[in-house]
Design a protein around this ligand. Structure first.
Ligand code: SAH
Ligand code: SF4
Ligand code: F3S
Length: 463
């Protein structure tokens, strides 16, 4: 094994699955002497872990590659040694050859399913120059990955499912990530246990369609997501569970019931709907209607009345009329969201929607996006303001910008700023909310966890 110290800079784009994958790439390279650095200029190896979902996401990657080429040239001209540039993730999977053509400084291109082979790929680059690996290999990469080498912190991601068989007509994910695949229950429980031992208190289960999860269980059967969450809830020290991203079609009865039965499953759900028009939902191949979506939301709120919702929306899908768009605004008004992501439709190569239906002018998309974002922004602000005066448990998971400040997460995934001694990092404390903006809350701590020392408790009261 090569153990000379080398440095690696990883930049991550896109969804949480990429965040998880980047951490695992660092795990794979760590035994080979790679240590992570914060700037590309100091790195022997640069990995851009990329996203292909919209045109803009892809263009960002190419402009970053332009900047990196200059850094690489400057480094080599100064005699500071060579620098390898690698492109990973969904752009790599979708357009490997194109990357080589547009950005010849790139040495290595590999998709989301092969990064367990990174050390071999790097050796091959050194031996014979450029490498492109876009395999969907038969081996399960999770079986080949080393155990996580570092803690992700008090809140962590755990990928349990990958890929997508839904083929929404606008989306590249089924092509970049491949078919749906679920990791076995035992592997997930073991990884969760290791995370908790390292200090993680909140785990977000990840998958492109996480609630399509159907994994082999130790009892020989297949478990769906609800059953898996019930098992995770038994893990001592795991105080909070979340999952994302889910598809309305896969919200089965047991999963809905779990929201009522498992108190550690947080009362916040990202459930993308995309549009409030049945006609558009059908053209999107979403396999649900506005009404079936609304019924799922009602059932979830019945079992968990404090459940807050988040969603994704696309405006300006081909053929979307004013009336269709009004349907979306109406749905948003009826459901009310705590938070949401909304996007202008972006035509993606190889997808059905990019060739069928009438593409809408940019100006119409921009106008609709503005109207939708105003409504969603007002709902987010109202949701946050409704917390004023409430006391809630906050998981303090990162330092704040001000000295003596920590930032945490509310049960509803809001950022909560509090003045708190650093010893409280990683603990769950009660805070009373005193201020609310569209993007965050601020509060004061009113209790300290039992494990906290008397002097730290004293400091908290003083702040
Ligand atoms: N699997 C998830 C989301 C995957 S992508 C789901 O089914 O909901 C995240 C979001 O990006 C999607 O929910 C959608 O709102 C948006 N998106 C995907 N393709 C897009 C496109 N071509 N143009 C604009 N937005 C898109
Ligand atoms: Fe894309 Fe649809 Fe699959 Fe989500 S369900 S990843 S939007 S194809
Ligand atoms: Fe982007 Fe790939 Fe995630 S396209 S949204 S990084 S699955």
């Amino acid at each position: 094994m090569i153990t000379a110290r080398k440095s690696i800079f990883i930049k991550t784009y896109g969804c949480q699955m990429n965040v998880y994958d980047s951490a695992r790439m660092a795990d794979v390279l760590e035994p080979h002497g790679y240590r992570q650095v914060d700037t590309p200029a100091d790195a022997d190896l640069i990995i851009l872990n990329t996203c292909h979902i919209r045109d803009k996401a892809v263009e960002k990657v190419y402009s970053e590659l332009g900047r990196l080429k200059k850094i690489k040239q400057a480094r080599e001209a100064d005699g500071r040694g060579s620098m390898l540039i690698a492109v990973a993730g969904c752009v790599a999977q979708a357009e490997g050859e194109e990357i080589q053509r547009r950005a010849p400084a790139v040495d290595l291109v590999f998709g989301p399913q092969t990064y367990h082979r990174l050390p071999d790929m790097l050796a091959e680059v050194r031996r014979r120059g450029k490498v492109i690996d876009q395999d969907f290999p038969v081996e399960d990469k999770f079986d080949c990955l080393p155990e996580e080498s570092a803690s992700q912190g008090p809140t962590a991601f755990l990928t349990i499912q990958e890929g997508c068989d839904k083929f929404c007509s606008f989306c590249v994910v089924p092509y970049t990530r491949g078919a749906e695949f679920s990791r076995p229950v035992a592997a997930i429980l073991a990884e969760a246990r290791r995370m908790v031992i390292r200090g993680t208190r909140e785990i977000t289960l990840l998958g492109q369609n996480v609630n399509a999860y159907c994994g082999v269980a130790p009892d020989g059967g297949n478990w769906r997501l609800g059953r898996l969450i019930r098992a995770l809830a038994e893990l001592e020290g795991l105080d909070r569970i979340r999952y994302t991203t889910s598809h309305p079609q896969d919200m089965d009865d047991d999963l809905i019931a779990v929201h009522g039965d498992v108190p550690t499953l947080m009362p916040y759900l990202h459930l993308p709907v995309q549009s409030g028009s049945d006609r558009i939902l059908e053209a999107m191949n979403r396999k649900h209607t506005v009404d079936s979506y609304r019924r799922i939301v009602d059932r979830l709120r019945e079992v968990r009345p404090d459940l807050a919702l988040s969603s994704d929306f696309i405006v300006g899908f081909p053929g979307e009329t004013d009336a269709d768009f009004v349907g979306t605004l109406k749905l948003v008004t009826e459901v009310t969201y705590a938070q949401a992501y909304s996007f202008k439709y972006s035509a993606r190569p190889g997808t059905l929607a990019s060739v069928a239906g009438k593409q809408l002018p940019e100006a119409v998309k921009a106008e609709r996006l503005e109207a939708l974002q105003q409504l969603l922004g007002a709902q987010q602000m109202a949701f946050n303001r409704a917390r004023l005066g409430q006391t809630m448990p906050v998981l303090l998971d990162r330092p704040g910008r001000k000295a003596g400040q920590l930032v945490g997460r509310s049960p509803w995934l809001q950022a909560v700023h509090v003045m708190a001694p650093s010893q409280l990092f990683g603990s769950i404390c009660d805070a009373t909310i005193q201020d609310a903006t569209t993007n965050s809350l601020a509060g004061v701590l009113i209790s300290s966890p039992p494990e906290m020392s008397a002097s730290a408790a004293e400091q908290t009261r003083a702040t």
